[in-house]
Write a protein that binds this ligand. Structure first.
Ligand code: HEC
Length: 117
């Protein structure tokens, strides 16, 4: 398995119009606030040095924060002894955001991934 600190290489050149559309949609989803706490992804992952319950929160709006945070999944999660895909990781973030999570394989998730990658 690739080392966590280096992460995997993604090649998303943004050459195709659809890639740009998905990037822009993903960016909007990332900053869209909602739920009972009025949180967005950026509420927890938009600044350096944020923490929640002693866990460091990666800043996903810039490199290398996002490069590492995005490319590190799927991963084995020691806390519950399960292999988690990126989707399961995000579902747990959405749960913490008190927000319903997108359907598996939906355009919303592809857009979020395109933005983060
Ligand atoms: C209420 C706070 C909160 C919100 C809102 C939130 N997350 Fe998270 N996120 C976390 C926590 C806590 C972790 C686990 C950090 C750790 O294990 O070090 C995490 C981890 C991640 C990771 C993995 C980072 C890594 O280094 O492995 C990604 C990617 C991620 N979140 C993306 C998102 C996206 C996209 C959204 C919006 C849909 C979101 N998060 C919303 C709290 C949040």
């Amino acid at each position: 398995m690739a080392s966590q600190s280096k992460g995997l290489q993604f090649n998303l050149p943004q050459a195709h119009a659809q890639e740009k559309t998905f990037y822009e949609a993903g960016k909007r989803i990332f900053f869209m606030r909602g739920g009972t706490h009025d949180f967005s992804c950026a509420s927890c992952h938009g600044e350096d040095g944020k923490r929640i319950r002693l866990q460091d929160l990666p800043n996903l709006t810039k490199n290398p924060g996002d490069g590492i945070g995005f490319a590190a999944w799927p991963a084995y999660r020691v806390s519950n002894g399960q292999m988690w895909s990126m989707q399961l990781r995000l579902n747990d973030c959405y749960r913490q955001q008190r927000f319903p999570f997108p359907e598996f394989g939906s355009d919303a998730l592809t857009a979020l991934s395109t933005y983060r990658a």
